[in-house]
Ligand binder design. Sequence first.
Ligand code: NAP
Ligand code: MG
Length: 462
Amino acid sequence: MKAQDGMYIDGAWRPAAGADTIEVVNPVDEQVIGRVPAGTPEDVDTAVRAARAAFPGWAATPPAERAAKLTALRDVLVARKDEIAETVTAELGSPLPFSQTVHAGVPIAVAGSYAELAATYPFEEKVGNSTVYQEPVGVVGAITPWNYPLHQIVAKVAPALAAGCTVVLKPAEDTPLTAQLFAEAVAEAGVPAGVFNLVTGLGPVAGQALAEHPDVDLVSFTGSTAVGKRIGATAGAAVKRVALELGGKSANVILPSADLAKAVNVGVANVMSNSGQTCSAWTRMLVHTARYDEAVELAAAAAAKYGDRIGPVVSAKQQARVRSYIEKGVAEGARLVAGGPESPRDQGYFVSPTVFADVTPDVTIAQEEIFGPVLSIIRYEDEEDAVRIANGTVYGLAGAVWGDDEAEAVAFARRLDTGQVDINGGRFNPLAPFGGYKQSGVGRELGSHGLSEYLQTKSLQF
Ligand code: NAP
Ligand code: MG
């Protein structure tokens, strides 16, 4: 994919207001692979005006026609899926097979799900003597991170468009090429001018200008809790809708009756996948004291098998951040059983798949989101202890429970303060609501719950 040197605004690639650019770097070999414009508040304003102008027309477009455009968009993503996978691999560094199945495959499924939902969702219902209409919220400012660069864009833009909203997107500075490719796909799908707009740029400049823009009706943000708090405060002050999909520190709870080898191997794979850069990763493995040593041995062996095949993390900054957490874990007295702070390669932003044993629940590596291939194995004494540890962070995004008796695992899962739990390795479901309890966020993405974030109700009484 060749980088575009403009912004996609009002249905065309237009020159940026300023001359600054952002270099896109391949994390495997540290080479610059492209440059995109660094948007200014002026670019954001132009894009928001375009989205505002397009809003009445798109909101009035019948849902079946909006559905048809989303189907066309899904079809373009299907036709360009190899290019999507190659682009994500080039700028994120994830191994190509993972880019094909997950980074390209999941957004195709999500776009398809919203094409269907747009056509079937009850935008109008009768409640007693009222008719309740679900109307689009308006202009959406979408701010996305780099870890699942296309998924996070589609998880916002597809439901927004299905609802009848128009969008301005500010993607992560590290993965703007995937966002440009998405804009090309929107254009190819024949989505009307101004309905979707793209402004590449830096978070504190273009991102902040978008979050603060008075003519944005809803800010939908995915990223760090630190930035999310600021965006929530800004939106609150302006009485603006806000959706926040933030960090996580999820627990993988292995009950004493579980198939230990399976639970540990799937658990390690979950953490190492995407080089640990997954907000919902189960980065804390909770094991009963009777099976603890066996679990540690299995996890260390599983992690060692990955070597550098997991791919690098996204940037030098992220690599340094993850390595400092590993050093902190050692300093805090946890026992390193796989990996460590040294990079497995001289070049590229690689981090060794790392496993810590003897992690106590309150140390930094058990509390903070590391966002790298680092697993902490924590011991529990009984079920109450496991619940307390699992719920003992500021986060509540995801989790897993393993147990021989499914009813027992479900009963345990119901006690977790978290937005989604996989029982015995349950598969990702693109129609299930995704989002956090506590400081993991506000709002839900995906499926009909994700669609309703972009709708507001109007009731007419008769
Ligand atoms: P981040 O700064 O929160 O980035 C997310 C998005 O917000 C990016 O588009 C970013 O732009 C933008 N942004 C940054 N500052 C902003 C501001 N003041 N106003 C508006 N938008 C702003 O996250 P990061 O720096 O990429 O990663 C830092 C840590 O966040 C990671 O180590 C990880 O722990 C966590 N994280 C979590 C998720 C998740 O899915 N929950 C995703 C990514 C990161 P830039 O790209 O220019 O920074
Ligand atoms: Mg940042």
